[in-house]
Design a protein around this ligand. Structure first.
Ligand code: ZN
Length: 289
């Protein structure tokens, strides 16, 4: 055993904590300094090749036709904190280099969400809020990684997601941390940071507690992140809806409400699952602000 001299032990015992505090201070000072107004980071949290898009319209237009949908996550950085909107397919998928098949869906993930967040120096503990447009598995995959965040959750959505038998498209294990994390119930609309720049808007129908996110950006204007209000560009223009929506009438009412808000606020409409919408957002780690 190597005996350390007293000065060395003293140094380690008393100076190391100071040194480490210094590092964390520099880290948080940098993170706080750079965010002066809201930003949207669009993160690839999985891609899905679909051999038959039929489930995405209950009026038959896609029967037998192939397509592709994205499963993005969005990091909203705001001077008062960070909100993660949707959590993608789940980082475990990246371990399967060839991807995974599930019915007509072939899912794959090139880079984990955690590794992408680390590129901009964000750790899971730096996320103050996590919210889901809804609880389908392609939006909750990484939920359980964010246990120090407050989850902004719709009680209607949660009750539905936990109901028996488990609804189509829901994997309750993927968001099981709801039992232990801090949660805030969001059943209407919510102004997340209290300054009107980031608002969760109720838009039920796809699922009982489905939401969309409206963000006011300083340079780029207003942006609406659709959740699954629509899955494709055509579904928006033609008002088509998936066969698995829980309520058709509620979905049409939500489309009506959100389209009015988009028109009145001249918001840019981002259809989360549409590759065309994904492609025109700044490529991560670039952001829209
Ligand atoms: Zn969905």
């Amino acid at each position: 055993m190597i005996q350390q001299s007293i000065p060395t032990r003293w140094l380690i015992r008393f100076l190391m904590p100071t040194f480490l505090m210094g590092i964390s201070f520099i880290h948080s000072a940098q993170a706080e300094e750079v965010v002066k107004s809201p930003r949207i980071y669009t993160i690839n949290c999985g891609e899905v090749n679909v051999s038959n898009m039929a489930p995405f319209s209950d009026t038959g237009e896609y029967d037998g036709k192939p397509g592709k949908v994205m499963a993005p996550c969005y990091l909203i950085r705001h001077p008062k904190g960070n909100l993660l909107w949707d959590t993608g397919l789940g980082d475990a998928l990246a371990e399967k280099k060839e991807g995974v098949d599930n019915g007509p869906f072939h899912m794959h993930l090139d880079k984990t969400l955690i590794s992408q967040l680390s590129e901009i120096d964000i750790a899971p503990s730096d996320i103050q809020y996590v919210s889901f447009s809804h609880l389908h598995f392609d939006h909750t995959g990484n939920a359980n990684l964010f246990t120090s965040a407050t989850w902004l959750l719709s009680k209607r959505e949660l009750d539905w997601g936990l109901s028996t038998p488990t609804p189509f498209g829901v994997n309750p294990d993927s968001f099981s941390a709801y039992k232990t994390v801090k949660t805030e119930s969001v059943d209407g609309d919510l102004d997340v940071f209290g300054d009107g720049t980031v608002k969760i808007l109720s838009a039920p129908g796809h699922t009982p507690g489905h939401k969309v996110l409206w963000v006011k950006l300083k340079k780029s204007g207003n942006v609406l992140l659709s959740g699954d209000l629509y899955h494709t560009i055509e579904n928006r223009s033609m008002k088509r809806m998936p066969v698995f929506n829980v309520d058709r009438a509620d979905t049409l009412a939500s489309m009506d409400r959100i389209e009015k808000i988009v028109k009145n606020t001249q918001a840019r409409f981002v259809i989360q699952h549409a590759p065309e919408s994904f492609a025109v957002m700044p490529k991560f780690p670039a952001y829209l602000d």
